[in-house]
Structure formats: C-alpha cells, structure tokens
Design a protein around this ligand. Structure first.
Ligand SMILES: *Cc1c(COP(=O)(O)O)cnc(C)c1O
Length: 434
C-alpha cells in the first residue's frame, strides 16, 4: 500500500483564520467550509484543464469543477479568449447587447421545450422568478416540492417535509415564515401514491410541481422514468405546471438537459451552472403563452441590474458552442462510464459496500452500494465512509466537493488517461478505508 502523508495546509489555514473574521464560518457559501469532512478548507489559487492548485501549491485532479459549471474544465482557451474579448468593450451596460441575443439563439434553436427565456444572475434567482411566474400564470399559490431536491435558497423552497402525515412543508431554515412554508407541499421522490393523494386533496390550489428531474443535490437520486412520465401526466390532467429545475442537469446530461435525456416536456424550466461558462448566469424559460406573463409584457415582475451581463453572456456562448458540437455528450458519458466501471468492478470484486452511481457525466459515491436509492430518506446518514474517502483522495491528489451529499463532475478536460489514473487512486483509497 502506498503510504501518504497529509497534505500541507499552512497557507490555507492562515487564510481561513483571516476569512473567519470577515465571513460567517469563513466562507461565502456554507458547504465550502469543509464542515463534514476532515480539516480546514483549501484555498484555491489556480485551475487549468482538469487540475487545480491550492495556496500551499498542492496539485489536484478536480472532480468538483466549481460544483458543475465547468463542463470544459478550468481556463478553457476558447472560453477564456471570448471572456477577454468581451471585457475589452466594458464590463456592464445595463442596456441590451447583441451577446444576449446570441446566447439565447444558441439555446432556443436547439431546445424544443421553451420558446423564450429570461437571463438572471444565479440559479436561485431563476427558480425564484420562475416560481413567481408559475403562480402568476395559474393564479394558484401552492407548489409541490420533492424531499431531497434542492432549488436554491428562496423562501418558498427552503422547505422540508413536515412531521407525520402532514403534507404541508416545514421551513428548513430560520427566517422562513411558517405561512410561506405552508404554501409548499412536500412529497417523497419516486412515490406515485403520495403524489396522487396530494393532488386529489389540493389540485385546485397547486400552481406547479417543481422537481430536479435528475436529483443531484442530495446524493444522486435517479428517478424511475415511469415516475417522471406519470408526474407529467398527472400535472397535465390537473392543470398543474410541470417545473423542471435543470440548474444542474441542463447542458450536463444533454444539451437540453434531463427533458431531452428522458424525452419529457416540462412547462417551465430553469437553467444555471453550465449556462454561464463559469460566470454567474441563470435562466428560466417556457412556451410563449407562459412567458407573455413576464414583465414588461405581462404582470409578473422580475428584473436584474446585472442580468444578461455581456462578459457572462460571452462565457456562456463560448461554452455552449462546444457543448453543441455533435457527439459532445456521448463522449462525456463514455469517458464517465469508463471511469465508473473501473471503480465499481474493483469494489464489487472486493465485496465493498460501495457503488459509484452515475448518469451522463455526474457521479456520486454511495456507501450503501447494494440498493438503488431513489428517495432522500433512503440515504444512509452516516457519512463516515465519505469523510474517510475524501481524506484519502485529497492526500493522493484528487479533489472532491467536501460533502458526501454532493455529486462529482467530469469535464471534457478529464481525458481517458487522467481518468484511468484517477480510477486507480479511487481503488487504492477504497482499499484503505474498507
Ligand atoms: C445549484 C442549484 C440551484 C441554485 O443555483 P445557484 O446558482 O447556486 O443559486 C438551484 N437548483 C438546482 C437544481 C441546483 O443544482
């Protein structure tokens, strides 16, 4: 067994001590604080291709990829040069630019599910705005959400299942009024009986059902296609809008996301992450009848000082142009399967209770490997396995997002050679922890 010593973190620790005096928990987004894995967060100073370097000059193969946006890896030359070219003309105007049209055309010409869209500056903002649109369009207030799906941090969606048999959600964050949470009906994923019962009771009050069609923020909770098809049918029959939150799956499993992957048409869709090429962009879209309700055409208000920011649009154009190349997603999926198969074959041969669950170029470390997990409540809450794995992988030069509930991503910069090398390291780390 290769012996490894813990990586040097002197500079990261120093920076973290400072950052704790500036930001709650020392970070600007909670999961970055490394709370659920060992040690202090690594401060990253540079990325290139599939690699990142921290402030102590440790080098890692990166499987976090900024939590998904970097499907072409870090510092892709085409994205980089397009950003620089846009920036030379100024950073922001607060007026329409040609670049917004270009990114919209690139998306809409390939996407049969939406006629129009609106750009925002984050996924959260896209979902929050689209939910308002669903309510404004239908004139109904309640929303169905599924336990284990994450939709950003707007009040209506920071809601978890209530206790006992109550369908009304309970807020999952302090500061969310109970009255808001009461408008959100929380159901288990992949459970048609629960869905039917809820719709029977509340159907005249439900504006939309929001789901991550590929739930990937709480493990990778792959849904049975029959469940998604039936959800589509039930929504149609009851005048409920089907809302696919594709902030993570959009442009990831296929250009038009899980809708294209499964061939299921949603009524409202949100995008984020990959759409901005690493810069802050989100978007929501729908058929034109629904989008006609958005201000200034319609009564649903939504705006943004930096929405459609030209530099961010340029990054999105450069990235999505690559994603739109023939064979891009087939290649992503083939390289991911190559990686995943090596590790799963090893784990199975050794009898480890572990499986790398994957779809497209997303993977998740399941330490409950024997059964397929469809619902949040089926995840083993003991994250010791992940914590140990994270530690062993960091020491061997592999960076995963610091939480066992988060998925990993493979970019086009992760070549087969890199993936073979990484898979061997995963196998070695598994041998140490089991
Ligand atoms: C990341 C994510 C969001 C939130 O996007 P932000 O850009 O972090 O605000 C919303 N929905 C899903 C499905 C996501 O994965």
């Amino acid at each position: 067994m290769k012996s490894t010593s813990d990586i040097k973190r002197t500079t990261s620790i120093e920076l973290f001590e400072k950052s704790k005096t500036y930001f709650p928990g020392g970070v600007n987004s909670p999961v970055r604080a490394f709370k659920s894995v060992e040690g202090t967060p690594l401060f990253i100073k540079k990325g290139d291709g599939c690699r990142i370097w921290d402030e102590d000059d440790n080098e890692f193969i990166d499987f976090c990829c900024s939590w998904g946006p970097l499907i072409l890896g870090h510092n892709n030359p085409k994205v980089y040069s397009k950003i620089v070219a846009a920036l030379q003309n100024g950073a922001s105007f607060g007026a329409p630019t040609r670049l917004e049209n270009e990114l919209a055309e690139l998306i809409l010409s390939r996407n049969p599910y939406i006629d129009k869209l609106r750009f925002t500056s984050s996924g959260t903002e896209a979902v929050m705005s689209a939910l308002r649109l669903a309510r404004g369009f239908t004139g109904k207030d309640k929303v169905i959400k599924f336990e284990g799906c994450y939709h950003g941090h707007s009040d209506s969606l920071l809601v978890k299942a209530g206790s006992g048999l109550v369908t009304f959600g309970a807020s999952s964050s302090a500061g969310v009024p109970e009255s808001f949470a009461n408008e959100t009906l929380v159901l288990p994923l992949n459970d048609l009986a629960a869905l039917r019962a809820c719709v029977a009771e509340f159907k005249d009050q439900i504006s939309c059902a929001i789901i991550e069609p590929i739930p990937a923020n709480n493990g990778l909770l792959l849904q049975e296609k029959t469940f998604l098809l039936e959800l589509r049918k039930i929504c149609t029959e009851n005048n409920i809008l089907l809302f696919f939150d594709e902030v993570i799956s959009g442009f990831r499993v296929a250009f038009s996301g899980a809708a294209e992957y499964y061939g299921i048409a949603p009524d409202i869709v949100t995008y984020g992450k990959i759409i901005g090429g690493g810069l802050p962009v989100g978007a929501y879209g729908a058929k034109k009848e629904i989008m006609a309700f958005v201000s200034p055409d319609g009564p649903v208000y939504q705006a943004g000082t930096l929405s459609g920011n030209p530099v961010a649009m340029a990054a999105g154009i450069a990235q999505l142009t690559e994603c739109a190349q023939p064979g891009f997603y087939e290649d992503q999926e083939a390289r991911t399967s190559f990686f995943v198969d090596i590790i799963n074959t090893h784990a199975k041969a050794k009898g480890y209770n572990f499986e790398l669950v994957s779809i497209g170029s997303i993977f998740w470390l399941s330490f409950d490997g024997k059964k397929r997990i469809h619902k949040a409540e089926e995840i083993n809450p003991d994250m010791t396995g992940f914590k140990n794995m994270h530690h062993e992988l960091l020491n061997r030069g592999i960076y995963l997002g610091p939480s066992g509930y988060e998925v990993g991503f493979i970019s086009s910069a992760h070549s087969r050679e890199i993936l073979a090398h990484s898979a061997a390291i995963f196998c070695e780390a598994l041998d140490v922890i089991f």
